[in-house]
Design a protein around this ligand. Structure first.
Ligand SMILES: O=C(O)CCC(=O)C(=O)O
Ligand SMILES: [Fe+2]
Length: 316
């Protein structure tokens, strides 16, 4: 495998079940074989994507002190700013030369789940940039709709009721992460210096990239292949939670970002399911011997994030 498959998901919106089944089959093959594919004909307005990239740039251009005031270290709910070299996606390797900003499903400070301190139910941090909040929430919502649609394809492929995941995606943990990788100008020694090799934690990730190369994906032979920018496409990949839920039927695949020649921006939308959803392989594949014990989505995600960020587990 030298290139990633490109899948048009328009057929998932068809009234005709055969057209939906055809796309579901293509998704299923990709999810079993590589866990990575490009999604085209996704229906998200290119203007919205363009505005979102511009907003990400406007955020990263703020003075460091303004960004640090929104630090992820102030949020137990995985929201906020991650400074340059503050994250190691592969702890065995070095620090990632990138900065990031996370927003999630938007909750008011007086929402009952926020007041109750439920995991991942927290307020977002907002930069003081005009129209920023509205536009980024519109983009997050559009990604969420697309994520739900793709899950319909997974359900068909896995032989489940077509709406199987709908109940698990009614109020999911959804994170939009803007990323900026500085230009290395050929100086970096490490191939994984932008982002260390890792698998994603949730169900699916929808990644929008700019035109600067950098993302690499491991193929089954353990070789790193380039995942170049494909105009108008999202890079979509399976995360560990869906791999676990599907008893390893679908695979989450390691990927990394090499230090780009020029400054590079990307936006990753990570979709998990509802925090209280129980991820149990027996529910998806009742005839198989389960390889994993049941776990709630929020417990699984907290366990994975705690391994990535020291600040989450450090004694206060
Ligand atoms: O920026 C990219 O191309 C990939 C980012 C990524 O893999 C991640 O944030 O999980
Ligand atoms: Fe990733």
């Amino acid at each position: 495998m030298k290139t990633l498959p490109i899948i048009s998901v328009a057929g998932l919106r068809s009234q005709n079940p055969e057209e939906r089944a055809l796309v579901a089959h293509q998704l299923g093959v990709a999810c079993r074989e590589v866990g990575f594919f490009y999604v085209i004909d996704h229906g998200i307005d290119p203007e919205l994507i363009k505005h979102s990239f511009n907003n990400a740039k406007r955020f990263f251009a703020l003075p460091l002190a303004d960004k640090q005031r929104l630090s992820i270290k102030l949020s137990p709910h995985n929201r906020g700013y991650v400074a340059m070299a503050d994250e190691k996606l592969n702890p065995a390797s070095g620090a990632d030369m990138k900065e990031a900003f996370n927003i999630g499903t938007d909750f008011a400070a007086d929402h009952p789940d926020v007041l109750a301190g439920k995991p991942f139910r927290g307020v977002n941090f907002w930069p003081e940039v005009p129209r920023w909040r509205e536009e980024m929430l519109a983009y997050l919502d559009a990604c969420l709709d697309l994520g739900r649609l793709i899950h319909r394809g997974f359900s068909i492929d896995l032989g489940l009721a077509e709406d199987y995941f709908d109940a698990h995606l009614s109020m999911p943990i959804a994170t939009l992460r803007m990323l900026r990788y500085p230009a290395s100008a050929g100086h970096s020694q490490r191939e994984d210096g932008g982002a260390g090799a890792h698998t994603d934690y949730g169900n699916v990730t929808l990644l929008a990239t700019d035109q600067v190369a950098g993302l690499q994906v491991a193929n089954r032979q353990g070789q790193w292949i380039e995942a170049p920018h494909v105009p108008g496409a999202f890079v979509c990949n399976i995360g560990d939670c869906l791999m676990r839920w599907s008893n390893d039927t679908y695979v989450s695949t390691p990927h990394r970002v090499r230090p780009p020649e020029q400054e590079r921006y990307s936006m990753a939308f990570f979709l998990e399911v509802n925090p209280e959803s129980i991820v149990d392989p027996r529910d998806i594949l009742p005839d198989q011997q389960p390889k994993y014990a049941p776990i709630s989505c929020s417990d699984y995600l907290a366990y994975r994030l705690n391994a990535t960020y020291e600040h989450r587990t450090r004694e206060q």
